[in-house]
Design a protein around this ligand. Sequence first.
Ligand SMILES: *Cc1c(COP(=O)(O)O)cnc(C)c1O
Length: 398
Amino acid sequence: MSPVTRASKSSRRTGTPVRTAPWPAWPPPLDPAQRELVDKVLESGLWGATQGGSVVADLVDAFARRSGVRHGVAVGNATLGLFAALRGLGVGRGDEVIIPAYTFVASATSVLLAGATPVIADVDPTDLHMSPDAVRAALSGRTAAIMPVHLAGSAADMDPLNDLAAAHGLAVVEDAAQAHGATYRDRPVGGLGDAGVYSFQASKAMTAGEGGLIVCRDESVYERVWSTCNLGRRLGGQWYGHPSVGWNLRLTEIQAALLLPWLDRLDEEIDRRNAFCAAFERELATIPQVSVVPQPEGTTRDSRHLLMLRVDPAVDRDFLLTAMAAEGVPLDAGYPPLGTMTALTAEGARTEPCPATEEAARTVVWVRQSMLMDPAGAGDLAEALAKVLSGGPAVNRP
Ligand SMILES: *Cc1c(COP(=O)(O)O)cnc(C)c1O
């Protein structure tokens, strides 16, 4: 039976959908401060990042400060940001960069863009973040960097990863694309490694449609990252002097004007999503086939980009996804293991055995950030799951 047939059978069996009200839209409505600053930038005519406007610089300062570091560079997106961070840290041709297998494809393609080889290592089977043991097993004489990903808004367990990197002389680039405002042992993510990279792409917790930002502590790393994003110029040097090779990877003032005021409400939005997750966890006892993927050790503030749920392997996941959509509570199947993407391996990416990632790709589903913005929706999520799974796993098999 096709999933669609099963879904219509399911909605017949279950009557009216649990939820008919729309979920909150993403992005949230513009607030007056965003409108005012965007208007001001539009009126000024200073739309680019090199015309003397100050909004990009203010955004960079605010992110660096929030990340607990001195420096930052705004970029067109986080894929390019990860690339520029690697390049700024001297990672390139002949080097290997260890990345987790359960992440967005850009964690790998940014490494390829830098001319280095992504080495795809398994994640921790419980929290699905980069596993220090898997990193250790993936080390080679060519390993130059590791790229922990703060997946779903919770922090990778950075202390053991930083210790490992220090012991082997590796650079650490944090992929914080999903984790604006998250903390690890009460310290902001992004500022825990040598460089951290945020994304402002349309699905992220702060967005200008597209955009990204790199933060870093070290002055010389900053100078190289800046140069990479500014056509190889030297910071403070001549406009037509290009002592290094670089590209124009800049963010516009218009984008920064959407983002800067957002920082004033980011924490409130994170609280709202955490309230959803807390309310949902109180209902979990009614749904024995589902558990919440726990945060790694050390997450002190989860920014809740996504809520990841682990479903009993006996449940047919395609059925679950279709039936939940029919109940008005759409879920997402999440990432395939990076190592199974032949486009990456064809470009030289190397993959380690990834059993925990393969298990996650089969059994984990995501609740999207926009849905988490409606704390009252936690009851709908729990009710729909309980309803769809009420027959027990066996009856849900095709
Ligand atoms: C979104 C995302 C990226 C890429 O960000 P863009 O701004 O879209 O280039 C990289 N890594 C992770 C984990 C992401 O979620």
